[in-house]
Design a binder for this molecule. Sequence first.
Ligand SMILES: [Zn+2]
Length: 105
Amino acid sequence: MKLVYTHENRLFVGNAHNLLTQAGIPAIWKNESTSSAIGEVAPISAWPELWVLEDADYDRASAIISNAFSASDSPAWVCSQCKEINEPAFEYCWNCQMEKPESAV
Ligand SMILES: [Zn+2]
């Protein structure tokens, strides 16, 4: 088993988990239940972690996640509604589900 992704925001980890599931790569969460309430910054030791069950899947999983989260050269975008910062791969705001604006920078 290998740690493939971690982030203080559990929704980012959930997004990564979905990507791996869609790709047929078995992965599990760790620390899922210990993350603090949204808005608080959890200590790094409590960040949710995404682990691939098979070491052989690690390279593929890592590539899928890095491709998705650093998609093209697009920068993170700021939600026009709630001002939260979103990963470029997100089509909707993780916080309020506002659609990503076409002109996001
Ligand atoms: Zn928002």
